[in-house]
Design a protein around this ligand. Sequence first.
Ligand code: GLC
Length: 636
Amino acid sequence: MENEMAKEPEGKAWQTDGADSNVQAQGEGDIFLSRLARHHDELRWLYMELYGNDSMFAELCDRLRQFYLERNRDLRFRDRGREEDQDWYRKNDLLGMMFYIDNFAGDMKGVESRLDYIQQCNVNYVHLMPFLDTTKGRSDGGYAVSDFRRVQEKLGSMEDLESLTAACHKRDINVCMDFVMNHTSEDHEWARKARQGDGEYMSRYFFFDNEREPAMYERTVPQVFPTTAPGNFTWLEDAGHYVMTTFYPYQWDLNYRNPRVFNEMMYNFLYLANKGIDIIRIDAVPYIWKELNTSCRNLPQVHTIVRMMRMIGEIVCPGVLLLGEVVMEPEKVVPYFGTVEKPECHMLYNVTTMATTWHTVATRDVRLLKRQLDIVNSLPKEYVFLNYLRCHDDIGWGLDYGALLPEGIGEKSHKQYLNDYFQGYAGDSCSRGELYNADPVTGDARFCGTTASMCGVEKAGSERDQEAMEKAVRLVLMLHAYMFMQSGIPVLYSGDEIGQVNDYTYKEDPDKAADSRYLHRGPMNWKLAGNIRRRDTVEGRIFQGLSRLEQIRKAEKVFVSNADAWTIETGDRSVLCIGRYFDGEKIIGLFNFSEHGKKAWIHETDGDYVDLISGEESKPDEVEIPAYGFYYMKKK
Ligand code: GLC
């Protein structure tokens, strides 16, 4: 980096838009060349291994340079800052929020006008849910993209996106978007040409003119949507071909064996990065490489592609992070970080911890969660996880069933129990929600609902039960307090900050009715958000409770991502204890997952402590914790 700085001509070429003058272009080009030089050999090696195509590689390099030169001055400046502070996203100051643009504020301009609210939420990372062109009724919530270079008309335009990202950057807010790279919509230009029989475009997808090959794949490839979209292929009557459709029939899987697909998708990625995106969420990434007689998940070539994306990002736009969407068990997730020398994603979802958290809510037994946190805490500290309670998707019950078996808990019956519990069928459940993709053959099902509904806010509200509401609010706050205590970046699901409940109106919309994930994708209730300053309201209590936690998290350095983190045995099955230590500072978090008061049999008698929430002196030594209570005890 020092060298690159030295090559920059006086007068800071990156303060202009590049190619305006030869001298400046020269300086810009040097930065590009030195970044390319750093990665060239490995990039070329991997590209050749996959594609063996020299001219396509040369084209890729040319286009990288173009995208670099087109990247605007502010973004290049951002890149430079981040290159010099490579740990910029590993601190304790990032808090994310994800939302659908229309649900949150109508359109992009609406989001821009709500940035004050976002800052009131202490949020400085917004994940804009899919906003690229898609076909109404065949969109999978925007995950079926028909044009990677066009914003859905109802949400705005590319200019609006640029204006929004610039406005966010002025306020130090990072912007995340989805890059749906596994498939395109059947309405994408490539798909339309392929459907008409254009061989070049057919080769960008998986087309079969016989039943035999699809049937061979079906033998080993699991189903993603067994009830809403069974199978992995769709018969196209007009084209007389089967096409591979792992997700919905209108989402055609791209064939990354074709270097044209890889190159063009990289150009789309860079085009979007140049609109001011800071974090690119690579959607459904484990699925992008297909191979007969395999599960078509997590194949080695997927890692080659992600590694190439990482290098391409570092060459053109090093300020941009890759967030991998790998909703799988830890052994499959962790390889997507790559190695220290050859990193892949900057960040990954902490999905098993999320699912295990809800298991703990249902069972009031923290043992599996403790085990899961021990696994995560033992990983290298460079790994950054995205922590969350809820997101736009269902919860799949991907737990460590091997660890539950000795307790006599079997996978099938336990999934059934969790689904019953969260639908509110079990006696002690206050949850409300619905199943998702219940598979009649395997008996498997996933679950949908908002945090508040799953914690009892919806039930208590509809029954006007004050006491139950009290408990529900306490549970919401305790879960967030625990989530914030994990290493990584916490991301809120919009609406959770005011305890928003399930939205059942999706059932009346024919485009949504079949997909129960819309239950937790309701519009932001701005009327209720008007209560955030009123402590006598549910919204106010949750919002202010979270605010307090968020402020503490940002103020205390023990929350940095690479602090030591560990769990402590509490002697009570319902009480979780997490310790964090960094640079002479130590904090002990206690979290009671039971609706009854409990005692944590811990003995941290190494000094005086203060509870950061109440500001009172405290002693992490045999601590009484009220129902769904928590403490953040900091050593003085
Ligand atoms: C990801 C998204 C999900 C979508 C799928 C297909 O898993 O999170 O919402 O249905 O990809 O693109």
